[in-house]
Design a protein around this ligand. Structure first.
Ligand code: NAD
Ligand code: MG
Length: 380
């Protein structure tokens, strides 16, 4: 029996996680569900999955939910509620599908409580991988990647007694692959949200359009698989069929392939080390009969180079990268800045930051997050 807490259950990954669980055997239970503010959907999920705890961000929303669901389950709110959902004594596995660095404190609570974590939230590894991974190792806690590229690498490394020589993270190239900065000068929010292969939350969709998503994934891979930056290669593969690859010392390459469907990666993170059947669509090689590869365009998509720069600098620079990106994406979605302002403001934030907090702690990461967000707001 596996009891699962889903942080961010109303989002794209959260909803797909519930679909995966619905299609698994009766051995998988939903223990907690959390959402930012979508009371209607959370109510529906609570009625269907009957968790022991439901959490919303605001107290007023939590009160509204409580009023609607009566005593189906306990209701909590805010960061304390999220931390509670991440550390319930009855929970075996925490699926962290919150977006952004907001997932950091609940991740720490899950680790402190010794829970296995299926991690979709890449931002927390970008900001705090240096703290999270050693802590997880010291407590024998599995961090199971949900991000499809990292799930692919994880699967390619299963049973290998040697570390990889290098990895290839594949990237679709996003909706603007092949475009120049001039072409992208007047990109609208609607155009940037229209990803060719994946249907995802708004923030990651914009990250895919700027290619910051791949930049964040490079840093995520560094921490998950203990790699040097020069071992992590990005390869544009527009069909999104090969989810990533590993090259070993002897030149042999292992790849993981599958339909571009996040439910497969979510399912594997939940059932690992087992593989259980599911009804989702299979790959048809007679349709996907042309797999192509190209180098990423680092000139027109500078976010990828900025991510490598932050990774090389280390310390709090990845937090500056991530948090200035989170703020810039929010401003773009609010139509307050233009698409190409996103990389330029992140570049400025990285240049303006001086790593005063040499020692990396959760508190220093949260302070740096505030600094980066304020920098973006006052410089845009
Ligand atoms: P989303 O925006 O669709 O959902 C985010 C969820 O987090 C929602 O339930 C929302 O209510 C909750 N949330 C948002 N802000 C919060 C806050 N401040 N406090 C508490 N809860 C909050 O996002 P998504 O696309 O599901 O992505 C979630 C994470 O998974 C991201 O880190 C993303 O990079 C990663 N990821 C997503 C996909 C995908 O296909 N969607 C693929 C790979 C990785
Ligand atoms: Mg990914």
């Amino acid at each position: 029996m596996t009891n699962i807490s889903i942080l961010g259950s109303t989002g794209s990954i959260g909803r797909q996680t519930l679909e995966v669980i619905e299609n698994l055997s009766d051995d998988y239970f939903v223990d907690a569900l959390t959402a930012h503010s979508n009371v209607d959907l959370l109510e529906k999920q609570v009625r269907q999955f009957k968790p022991s705890l439901a959490v919303l961000w605001d107290e007023a929303d939590a009160m509204s939910l409580k009023h609607r669901i009566g005593n189906i389950c306990e209701v909590a709110f805010g960061v304390e509620g999220l931390k509670q959902a991440a550390s319930l004594p009855s929970t075996d596995l925490v699926v962290n599908s919150v977006v952004g660095n907001a997932g950091l404190l609940p991740t720490m609570s899950a680790l402190d409580a010794g829970k296995f974590i299926a991690l979709a939230n890449k931002e927390v590894l970008v900001t705090a991988g240096e703290i999270i991974m050693p802590l997880a190792h010291s407590k024998n806690i599995n961090i199971l990647p949900v991000d499809s590229e990292h799930s692919a690498i994880f699967q390619c490394l299963m049973g290998s007694h040697q570390p990889p020589a290098k990895i290839y993270l594949t990237a679709s190239g996003g909706p603007f692959r092949g475009k120049t900065k001039t072409d992208m000068a007047n990109i609208t929010v609607e155009q940037a949200l229209a990803h060719p292969n994946w249907s995802m939350g708004q923030k990651i969709s914009i990250d895919s359009a700027t290619m910051m998503n791949k930049g964040l994934e490079v840093i995520e891979a560094k921490w998950l698989f203990d790699l040097r930056p020069d071992q992590i290669h990005v390869l544009v593969h527009p069909q999104s069929i090969i989810h990533s690859m590993v090259e070993f010392e002897d030149g042999q390459v292992l790849a993981q392939l599958g339909a571009p469907d996040m439910r497969l990666a979510i399912g594997y993170a939940i059932t690992h080390p087992n593989r259980l059947p599911n009804p989702f669509k299979r790959l048809d090689f007679t349709i996907h009969n042309n797999l192509t590869f190209e180098q990423p365009d680092k000139i027109n998509f500078p976010c990828l180079a900025l991510a490598y720069k932050a990774l090389e600098a280390g310390g709090h620079y990845p937090t500056v990268l991530n948090s200035s990106n989170e703020e810039a994406v929010a401003l773009f979605l609010d139509k307050k800045i233009r698409f190409l302002d996103i990389p330029s403001i992140i570049d400025k934030a990285l240049s303006a930051y001086t790593d005063k907090n040499k020692h990396l702690t959760i508190d220093s990461i949260l302070e740096t997050e505030i600094w980066a967000r304020e920098f973006v707001i006052s410089n845009s």
